[in-house]
Design a binder for this molecule. Structure first.
Ligand SMILES: Cc1cc2nc3c(=O)[nH]c(=O)nc-3n(C[C@H](O)[C@H](O)[C@H](O)COP(=O)(O)O)c2cc1C
Length: 154
């Protein structure tokens, strides 16, 4: 299994920094964590608890986040992700979003990805359910390769 968050180091300002190009949030049910592990890429996890040291990105990244909301979009973005993106340096470095969710939520499927994409003016690159299928893993890995290649040519 690929290591997660190997690029993260604790700095003396009590912030965890990361050079990972993939940053994700996953709650205690850890579906998103399992999906990210299957990608086999270096990735950093947004901390779960308010007392955890905040995460600071140092390189451009794609954010993977699940939706937690009802049917009207209210509260769809996990508060840990809001905290992470309230840091202007993190907002500056986000380049795209991958949404996780469950199609049972119908119109609110992956709504958090839509909200972050609109707020940060970045593309919502992909949506997947729960911990993703092998096809999702292949498509995301291929898509990320293309995405970063295109961005590096700009
Ligand atoms: C209380 C609750 C609310 C949810 N709301 C939504 C929703 O509005 N839209 C959606 O697509 N998925 C929704 N989901 C599904 C989660 O996004 C999905 O289970 C995801 O895989 C959770 O990721 P995690 O285990 O990494 O936290 C909800 C799940 C729960 C438990």
């Amino acid at each position: 299994m690929a290591p997660l968050a190997t690029a993260s180091v604790r700095s003396d300002t009590d912030t965890v920094t990361t050079r990972s190009h993939l940053i994700y949030f996953s709650s205690t049910s850890e579906n998103t964590k399992r999906f990210v592990q299957k990608l086999g890429r270096d990735a950093a996890r947004i901390p779960l608890y308010a007392h955890d040291a905040p995460l600071q990105a140092l390189e451009p990244f794609v954010l993977v986040l699940p939706t937690y909301g009802g049917t009207n979009g209210e509260g769809s973005v996990p508060k840990q992700v809001i905290r992470f993106l309230n840091n202007p340096r993190n907002r500056e470095l986000i380049r795209g979003v991958i949404g996780a969710g469950n199609t049972n939520f119908a119109d609110n499927y992956c709504a958090a990805g839509d909200i972050i994409a609109a707020k940060c003016n970045v593309p919502h690159l992909y949506r997947f359910e729960l911990m993703g299928t092998p096809e999702d893993v292949d498509r995301v890995n291929q898509g990320l390769e293309k995405f970063w290649t295109l961005l590096s040519q700009k």
